[in-house]
Design a protein around this ligand. Structure first.
Ligand code: UTP
Length: 291
């Protein structure tokens, strides 16, 4: 039986060009949904799934991400003096979420390249990869389901979602063998195919559980689309060596690297808050009715 997965890698070295100008000086992972930076939701999702060790791959201009997960002694002292206990607990809890490590990707040479940098830290064990652009609703338990699938198969597991046929060119897309519950066996992968060339409408989302064999596959991967070392190409290489499965889901994921989905996630998360939800709902109802 495979060992349970303890480590996650969060690649956050990309430039975030879809969210300019906000991301000119602020890392996109620090843009808040309500009052929490998006990357904190991802770290909390990992912790909820039993991950205890998280490696965040950062790059130039991403120091705020490191500061966010570090202790802030001055702020804590100020809040303690001011008797702001609740805020103090909120701030302190962030640095205690998990063991969080950072390394920098000197140049954005691609997602595959970024994950390859985690080799030394991850070692010879399976691990999760979580793209911080993808936010999963806490109730969706997508990563937990993937970890169970990994435990059962011992193999790498990709997160798959049925997408609109016209939008298939936005995703990595899989050719697969039939369903077993929410699982499929992946036969092939294509990065961002034209709809007419797509082998299916199952798109790869930003959660992966990968065996350590991915590191040799990344090392053997040459630059592909956009001159970058693509994780999709490396997973194709992995398919030559060992089986890869897909875990399908339908609800509870937002692509917060995209402006419309960012707004939808903000509304969905705000509506669920006890302190904000009821008033915010009334406001939205008024707006929709046209006041
Ligand atoms: P994206 O392709 O979405 O790139 O990367 P991006 O720069 O973050 O965003 P846009 O498209 O320009 O708005 C997918 C994930 O891979 C990481 C990104 O940080 C993101 O989490 N990534 C990408 C790296 O860490 N390094 C890279 O060289 C490329």
């Amino acid at each position: 039986m495979p060992r349970s997965v303890r480590k996650a890698v969060i690649p956050a070295a990309g430039l975030g060009t879809r969210f300019l100008p906000a991301t000119k000086a602020v890392p996109k992972e620090m843009l808040p949904l309500v009052d929490k930076p998006s990357i904190q939701y991802v770290v909390e999702e990992a912790v909820a799934a039993g991950i205890t060790d998280i490696l965040i791959i950062t790059g130039r201009g991403k120091r705020d991400v490191e500061d966010h997960f570090d202790r802030s002694v001055e702020l804590e002292a100020f809040l303690r003096e001011a008797g702001k206990e609740e805020e103090l607990n909120t701030v302190r809890a962030i640095s205690g979420l998990a063991q969080i490590h950072f390394i920098r990707q000197g140049q954005p040479l691609g997602l595959g390249h970024a994950i390859g940098l985690a080799r030394h830290h991850v070692g010879d064990e399976s691990f999760a990869v979580m793209l911080p652009d993808d936010l999963c609703h806490p109730k969706s338990a997508i990563l937990s389901g993937m970890l169970v699938a990994h435990q059962q198969t011992g193999a790498s597991v990709l997160c798959l979602k049925q997408v609109d046929h016209r939008e298939v060119s936005l995703y990595g897309c899989v050719a697969f063998d039939g369903y077993n519950g929410s699982m499929v066996q992946v036969r092939d992968l294509v990065e961002k195919p034209a709809p007419e060339d797509a082998p299916s409408d199952l798109g790869v989302m930003g959660r992966y559980v990968l065996t350590p064999a991915i590191f040799d596959a990344i090392a053997a991967t040459r630059p592909g689309r956009g001159g970058e070392i693509q994780l999709t190409d490396a997973i194709r290489g992995l398919l030559d060596r060992e089986p890869v499965f897909g875990y399908t889901f339908s609800e509870g994921r937002f692509d917060v690297g995209n402006k419309l989905d960012f707004l939808k996630a903000t509304v969905a998360f705000a509506l669920e808050r006890d302190d904000l939800g009821p008033e915010f709902r009334s406001f939205l109802e008024e707006v929709v009715r046209g006041r």
